[in-house]
Ligand binder design. Structure first.
Ligand SMILES: *Cc1c(COP(=O)(O)O)cnc(C)c1O
Length: 359
């Protein structure tokens, strides 16, 4: 078990000693009627009126929307980082903990591609320990592969592109026995009726949890994502981030969106019932060999010839994700659950291929 001081000692020395950029907005925080001549903004206003105060720089810590998020997620504000998508958090975390050309991360493929790409951008070595045939972590191999330079393990649950939840006991075992950061990416957690790891971030200071407003919340265009971690980690993330990382329109629209719980809940409900229907329909087709159980808003489908079916669907105006080149995913397509009408059209197009392949 790591203590917070052990975790902080893993942060790169240049980050530990960093004096962050001090912006006009963070230096002067008094409320009241002031004339703001401190940030070289254009006092005559923006050329569009859609969003108030667009001519001003946004807040740096977004405390008003974090207040709403804190209540919604039942996590204290000090344990929340709001970023430009959760992709920003992946970037910041790798920069905080990994020395280029020295440190490494462990990923568990097949999984989300950004962990590896971000690591490569920062010249951080990537060690792959594939998931087993049930798409669960091989905990002992992971711990065996970890060296004194292994700083982070990225775990995605529910996993993209396989759709399954990762065993809680496996994650807890890694949290207790790995000397480094365990990132649990919960981008699809709202579709899975299960607990979030966010409630454990104080108990396990080496735990970092990622969530996003891009999936079940339906706001991918805003680019807003969440990190839950020990307050001391959150503080350093805030030091490393760009001062104005989330734009005023994103903050304003996020606040509005978060008030519409009804829409959020209904879209999850429909997605889950449409996913069930889709699985029932597709499993009847002989071109479909297997549909993996999903806790997310997509299904992973093993077919007889992924490349040809992918092309066939394109010809029918339908784009899915061909994942068949990934390890353990030969002939697998990842299909996002769409509207009832979209799912109907997908089913018809696959039926047509099924028929022609039999003829
Ligand atoms: C979609 C997705 C994200 C979301 O990234 P954002 O930058 O927040 O849009 C993160 N992780 C996984 C595994 C995803 O599939």
């Amino acid at each position: 078990m790591m203590k917070i001081d052990d975790v902080l000692s893993l942060i790169r020395p240049n980050i530990q000693s960093l004096t962050p950029y001090s912006s006009a907005r963070s230096e002067f925080t008094q409320q009241g009627e002031f004339i703001f001549l401190d940030a070289n903004e254009n006092a005559f206003g923006a050329p569009v009126n859609a969003i108030p105060q667009l001519h001003r720089y946004p807040s740096t810590l977004h405390l008003d929307v974090k207040q709403v998020i804190s209540q919604l997620k039942k996590v204290p504000i000090e344990q929340i980082f709001l970023g430009n998508g959760s992709d920003e958090s992946i970037d910041i975390l790798i920069r905080m903990f990994c020395k280029p050309a020295v440190d490494e991360i462990i990923i568990l493929p097949p999984t989300y591609g950004m962990y590896e790409v971000m690591a490569q951008i920062h010249e951080v070595n990537v060690v792959s320990v594939p998931l087993n045939d049930e798409f669960q972590p091989q905990v002992d191999s992971i711990l065996d592969c970890a060296t004194e330079n292994t700083r982070m393990i990225f775990i995605c649950s529910p996993n993209n592109p396989t759709g399954n939840l990762i065993d809680k006991t496996a994650i807890l075992h890694l949290l207790k026995n790995f000397h480094g950061i365990v990132v649990v990416d919960e981008a699809y957690i709202d579709y899975a009726q299960t607990m979030s790891f966010s409630e454990l971030v104080v108990e396990y200071p080496n735990l970092v949890v990622l969530q996003t407003f891009s999936k079940a919340w339906g706001m991918a265009g805003l680019r807003t994502g969440l990190t839950f971690a020990h307050p001391e980690i959150i503080q350093i993330m805030n030091k490393v981030k760009m001062p104005y990382n989330v734009s005023t329109p994103s903050i304003e629209l996020l606040k509005k969106g978060l008030c519409n719980m009804e829409k959020f809940r209904r879209s999850i409900e429909i997605t889950l019932s449409e996913r069930k229907k889709l699985v029932e329909r597709l499993s009847k087709l002989s071109i479909v060999e297997h549909i993996y159980p999903s806790h997310a808003n997509f299904i992973l489908v093993k077919v007889i010839d992924a490349d040809r079916i992918y092309q066939h669907l394109i010809e029918h105006g339908i784009v899915v994700r061909n994942r068949s080149k990934l390890e353990k995913l030969t002939n697998c397509l990842r299909i996002t659950v769409g509207t009832p009408d979209e799912n109907e059209r997908l089913t018809l197009a696959l039926k047509a291929f099924n028929k022609s392949s039999k003829a």
